[in-house]
Ligand binder design. Structure first.
Ligand code: SF4
Length: 386
């Protein structure tokens, strides 16, 4: 009998070039990961990896979707499954490609279907094909504070009843809020929570053989650093998420201003970021784009010379709703006022700030940047008041 031990997962992306998933989720962290495989891992790499597993099964997961364009990639998948079975392990496949699930009867031992709105709508068309198969559903929890997740528990219980199969709730890596797993217990095995600590300590084969810490960013730890470093000013979508995570559920890049070059060194050392300067030589302030080898968010960093300039940068934004930031606590443009800014954030209202504004700290191409920002706000459901 195998002892309880870490999960072993093979991250697949069948595409030799590009990303093998039919979806385009805005929160997808894998799409741009430098550790995303391009094409199938070799028999030798898979064999060496799974030999270390002490559990009874190996998971095949995205990266891209393991069942992406199954007709084209079936041979790759079957070869991987056969390599795993040859060493007496069962296989578990995580997918959203409902239409292909039944084709894996007798081929994969367990299937875990990741839920989203489209997948939910398609289940009834396929579920009667899954008799005799071990199929469960999994759902990534929204990146919300614990109390908001607890309030959703009755909905998860109702969903479980509707699905009539095991429901696995996964803690969200993009969440910056701590979650005590006991709060999400349901008292039976029909709904279980997988805390992110389980995944971070699991073993993965992507382009490298590593543990979860090496390939996935835990945004709670990253946010913990950014929110507590006195030299870090957070602004933009991430700051809105910190202030009102229910209204601003998702965030894209993390916008940071700092007067301390050392912030980049800390982000590099502790969170595996590499920064590239994207501003012209000798310009002020300096702009940097930070990408981490761990699947996670990009950091856009503006380097200024003083705290005054950090605040000046934020307080001259085009819309009132953007004239606030976080530097060991929220701060607000006094000309607009905290109450007005909080209200604008909560109601998703972007009003053009009145009065003259200083453009001296902005990029020479600020006009285009602001046009793009306006489009993004509209896409996110903001009401724009010119
Ligand atoms: S389904 Fe998964 S892999 Fe595909 S885009 Fe969405 S998050 Fe990324």
């Amino acid at each position: 009998m195998r002892l309880r031990h870490h999960n072993f997962t093979i991250i697949v992306n069948w595409m030799e070039k590009g990303f093998g998933c039919t979806k385009l989720c805005s929160y997808c962290n894998w799409r741009a990961s430098p550790l995303l495989p391009q094409g199938a891992q070799s028999h030798k790499a898979v064999s060496a990896f799974i030999q270390q597993c002490k559990k009874s099964f190996i998971t095949i997961s995205g990266g891209g979707d393991p069942l992406y364009r199954l007709e084209e990639n079936y041979l790759n998948l079957l070869t991987m499954i056969n390599t795993i079975k040859a060493q007496n392990f069962n296989t578990r496949i995580i997918t959203r490609e409902l239409q292909h699930v039944a084709k894996l009867k007798g081929i994969s031992d367990h299937i875990s279907i990741s839920l989203d709105e489209d997948v939910m709508q398609g289940i009834s068309a396929y579920r009667n094909q899954w008799h005799g198969m071990d199929v469960e559903f999994s759902l990534v929890l929204p990146p919300l504070p614990a109390e908001a997740l607890v309030a959703l528990k009755p909905q998860y219980a109702a969903l479980h009843k509707q699905l009539r199969r095991r429901l696995v709730l996964r803690e969200n890596f993009n969440s910056v809020f701590p979650l005590d797993p006991r709060l999400m217990a349901f008292g039976h095995k029909g709904i279980v929570l997988v805390p992110k600590s389980v995944c971070l300590n699991s073993r993965y084969l992507s382009t490298v053989d590593c543990d979860g810490h090496a390939i996935v960013q835990d945004n709670a730890v990253l946010a913990g650093y950014l929110m507590n470093d006195p030299d870090v000013y957070l602004f933009g979508g991430f700051a809105k998420h910190l202030m009102d995570p229910i209204v601003h559920l998702e965030y894209g890049d993390i916008d940071v201003i700092s007067r301390n070059f050392n912030v980049m060194a800390i982000l590099a050392e502790q969170f595996a970021f590499t920064f590239k300067e994207v501003s012209p030589p000798n310009s002020y302030p300096r702009y940097f784009l930070g990408k981490s080898v761990r699947a996670g968010k990009t950091v856009q960093l503006v380097l200024v010379k003083s705290d005054e300039d950090a605040r000046k940068f934020i307080f001259n934004a085009q819309y009132s709703v953007d004239r606030f930031g976080y530097n060991q606590g929220f701060f607000f443009d006094p000309l607009i006022g905290e109450a007005n800014i909080r209200h604008a954030i909560h109601t998703k209202t972007a009003q053009l700030a009145q009065g003259p504004r200083s453009m001296e700290l902005f990029h020479t191409d600020r006009f285009s940047i602001e046009q793009r920002h306006r489009s993004k706000l509209l896409k996110k459901g903001f009401m724009i008041i010119q």
